[in-house]
Design a protein around this ligand. Structure first.
Ligand code: ATP
Ligand code: MG
Length: 308
């Protein structure tokens, strides 16, 4: 079942198109990673999905509800952690969550129980009665996740949930998000500009660049598509001469040759290690090391963005 959908979703600010004919379909239960560099349009898309900004054209919907025309209903089934999480700083973590519980029609003992559980789930039990003003960024982010646990939405939008958090904290938060998606059957859309984070927990990813979706699919599909048939081979030589380089370039299937001191990085259409060895030894070159490198998804992502 499609939980999140956009159809030719477009947003323009004066004459600039910041989201450009976006067509997305996110299935229920997916953890979907919205990947793109700064300014790609991730936040703007999320805001349109939540009914917080109107599209210039096209539409967004959540669980079949139009985000613009049925914004209230959409907000009822959606959770949102914005880029800058906002809490009442002069209230404790517990009171902030009780407030959310009350807003969602849960009161008294039921609210207390839900709040205690959520605080325990995100590892903030010991900090329940501290003022949010004294919380670190990571703690605030956990509290925002606890807030989502109280609300229990069908779908949660997390806009860069790990920004400004230290590496150990990032791992904890990502794992927490994955656990919630699993245990609460929540659809999660998370934005990030770091592929490694998306890769850790997302089942699917959409790469956004300059407002356009430039690639989409499961992580596996994506790496296959982008790396299609290409192989990188790194060769270390005792010495590199122009002759050697020219001879390598004559090998059929060599796409590029980059030199860095005594190392050559070759992109090829195939595993051409034998042919390359021959081309090098034919010119009297001595190979000290040679290895096949698979394309890391990170390289692919960077390449895609550059090419877009
Ligand atoms: N209210 C606004 N008025 C004018 N331009 C805006 C507005 N909001 C966003 N933009 C522009 O739209 C583009 C996309 O911004 P958006 O915040 O959606 O990107 P993003 O992918 O979330 O980036 P980041 O990774 O930096 O959060 C940017 O060029 C931004 O300057
Ligand atoms: Mg953003």
């Amino acid at each position: 079942m499609v939980m999140v959908e956009t159809s030719n979703l477009t947003k323009k600010y004066s004459n600039t198109t910041v989201v450009d004919n976006l067509n997305l379909k996110i299935e229920e239960g997916q953890i979907y990673g919205f990947l793109g560099p700064n300014g790609a349009g991730k936040t703007t898309t999320i805001l349109m999905l939540l009914g917080l900004t109107r599209p210039t054209s096209g539409f967004a919907s959540i669980n079949g509800l139009n985000s613009t025309h049925e914004a209230l209903k959409v907000k009822r089934i959606s959770g949102y952690i914005p880029e800058k999480v906002g809490f009442y700083n002069d209230l404790s973590a517990r009171y902030n969550l009780l407030y959310t519980a009350n807003l969602n029609g849960v009161f008294d003992e039921k609210a207390e129980t839900a709040v205690n559980q959520a605080l325990a789930d995100v590892g903030l039990k010991d900090k329940s009665d501290e003022l949010v003003a004294h919380f670190s960024k990571g703690m605030k982010q956990r509290l925002a996740i606890a807030d989502i646990l109280i609300k229990q939405p069908r779908v949660a939008f997390l806009d860069e949930p790990t920004s400004g958090i230290d590496p150990a904290g990032i791992t904890q938060i990502l794992d927490l998000i994955a656990e919630i998606a699993r245990n609460k059957n929540m659809t999660i859309v998370m934005s990030s500009h770091q592929l490694s984070q998306i890769q850790r927990i997302c089942s699917h990813v959409g790469i956004l660049s300059k407002g356009k979706l430039i690639s989409e699919g499961s992580i596996q599909e994506l790496s296959k598509k982008a790396g299609e048939g290409k192989v990188a081979i790194e060769v270390q030589l005792a010495e590199i001469t122009p002759d050697i380089i020219e001879n390598i370039k004559t090998v059929k299937g060599i796409l590029s040759v980059d030199q860095n001191e005594n190392t050559l990085t070759l992109t090829c259409s195939d595993d051409l290690r034998r042919e390359i060895s021959k081309a090098i030894s034919d010119k009297g070159g001595l190979i000290t090391q040679m290895q096949l490198q698979s394309y890391a998804l990170e390289d692919i992502y960077l390449k895609m963005i550059k090419g877009a």
